[in-house]
Design a protein around this ligand. Structure first.
Ligand SMILES: [Zn+2]
Length: 276
């Protein structure tokens, strides 16, 4: 097979045998690729500082047939994100974001949007100070959208009645994670376990869904209720689609990043409307 080139983000690296490394990338043009870098453990010259997690590189490789490993010919550094190595919170967030992208993207079907989203999120993690409270839920929601799991926040999932836009003084609506949609007051017993979303949270989420790849969060501030409802919505949607728990989540929680991802019972702090 001939040599290919693409921009890529390193998702994870592990040592293989005496001197090789097996590396998984999210690429701009080839979706997710796992390849072998022969001699990478020893060759400081060919792969210097380019196979670390979160590094943005230009990858030269020979594609594999079927499920075999690609053959990594070389990597050129495009951008090293340095703040995760200097700041534990940012390191935990970056680790979580790349692991989430890794488990949610199955293979080469990933489009450029997911690569662009992860790159944008890592660049924002490098640039934003302080980090906005809803930085991670905004990333998680956009990832769900790009994977085809966008929630329906405009109409009642059961009867189709429009519930958009919502005036600030209107009552909160129930959201059903299992249906991935809202329920109007007439249909609000039909969604299984549900929780409330206030008009202000719905407005924020609808703005986010309409923008891409990530909303500009730098000058935003949100009420505690909006933060809590947003985190609850995103964590429960993720719980519907995550194929396995993430290893990086325990680390994220240990260093006191606000609860963001799917852990049984974790989102129960919010005013649950119904369960079961
Ligand atoms: Zn309805």
């Amino acid at each position: 097979m001939r040599e290919e080139r693409t921009a890529a983000i390193v998702l994870r690296t592990r040592v293989h045998g005496e001197s090789d490394k097996i590396v998984t990338f999210l690429t701009q043009d080839w979706g997710k690729i796992t390849g072998i870098a022969k001699g990478a453990k020893r060759s400081r010259r060919r792969f210097v500082n380019v196979l670390e997690s979160f590094t943005h590189i230009r990858l030269r490789f020979r594609p594999s047939r079927a499920d075999d490993l690609a053959f990594i010919l070389g990597c050129e550094l495009l951008q090293a994100f340095r703040r995760p190595s200097q700041d534990l919170q940012r390191f935990a967030l970056a680790s979580y974001m790349v692991e989430l992208a890794d488990v949610m993207v199955a293979g080469q079907e990933a489009g450029q949007e997911i690569y662009a989203l992860l790159l944008h999120a890592l660049a924002s993690l490098e640039a934003l100070s302080p980090l906005p409270a809803l930085f991670l839920p905004a990333f998680e929601l956009r990832l769900l959208v790009e994977l085809g799991y966008a929630p329906n926040l405009r109409t009642c999932h059961v009867c189709g009645t429009s519930v958009f836009p919502r005036a600030p003084d209107e009552p909160a609506l129930l959201f059903s994670p299992s249906l991935s949609g809202l329920l109007c007051p007439r249909c609000d017993t039909q969604g299984g376990a549900t929780f409330r979303l206030s008009p202000a949270t719905l407005r924020l989420l609808q703005t986010w869904l309409a923008s891409g790849p990530l909303p500009d969060l730098s000058a935003e501030s949100w009420s505690p209720r909006i933060c809590q409802e947003t985190r609850s919505l995103v964590s429960r949607l993720l719980a519907q689609h995550l194929p396995r728990p993430l290893k990086s989540l325990a680390f994220l929680e240990r260093i006191d990043v606000p609860p963001v991802a799917a852990v049984p019972g974790q989102a129960a702090c919010i005013d649950d409307a119904q369960s079961g």
